[in-house]
Write a protein that binds this ligand. Sequence first.
Ligand code: GTP
Ligand code: MG
Length: 273
Amino acid sequence: MEANVPKRKEPAKSLRIKVISMGNAEVGKSCIIKRYCEKRFVSKYLATIGIDYGVTKVQVRDREIKVNIFDMAGHPFFYEVRNEFYKDTQGVILVYDVGQKDSFDALDSWLAEMKQELGPHGNMDNIIFVVCANKIDCTKHRCIDESEGRLWAESKGFLYFETSAQTGEGINEMFQTFYVSIVDLCDNGGKRPTANNSASFTKEQADTIRRIRNSKDSWDMLGVRPGASREEVNKAYRKLAVLLHPDKCVAPGSEDAFKAVVNARTALLRNIK
Ligand code: GTP
Ligand code: MG
């Protein structure tokens, strides 16, 4: 009489995953991991020598996950030690210091190093990356704002969190979302679920926002030559307005970029006969 036997719920299979940390020396990789695993902060800088390895267990939904964490040294000196640890990774914690522009600019070279080590058959599309904009407690020294960091991360389909290993802000949320995404990836046969695969804005929008942010004057911002006519200015403005209008564009920083373009056009038209 099968129908009367209550079905016992099968325990979900436990899972073992590998995550690594990446980013320049001194950005706070080890402190982020320590804050999460040991609930403490060490203010003295103790550079990681090569690799620090640790194992931790976490609960995601009804699953027990065993996490192998390889905390890498950021200093170039340790390249040869860390390069063999890139393989068979499901998740990467990619960290920069919001007060150190170099560490933000270096994110691309960290991805390049990983890609090179994985070789021609390595596939970075099926790894979960979380970008940590760390040391947000140091507000005075901040030089990379949230929209710039988020734009970089989200245009690559990466998660983005603002964190402080010192205060703990953002750390638990970051790890929780990171682990849930990795479990979803594993449940999807090791492939990133398609919904998480791409940004909700185009590369053209992201590149335009970056270009506007770095433009040197109003002409440059609108992408016209100095001394351009009213018609040329208006034409360039309309093109940018369509691309970046807040109703159409959800890319981080698009509202500020749109405002800057409106102001640039107004300033230029005021002076063109
Ligand atoms: P390497 O191991 O050399 O690659 O460096 P790392 O990225 O692991 O840096 P680590 O975690 O050792 O931190 C470097 C320094 O930054 C230490 O002095 C930390 O105390 C400090 N630090 C880390 N996170 C934070 C943070 O969120 N806020 C502040 N104010 N300081 C932090
Ligand atoms: Mg370290």
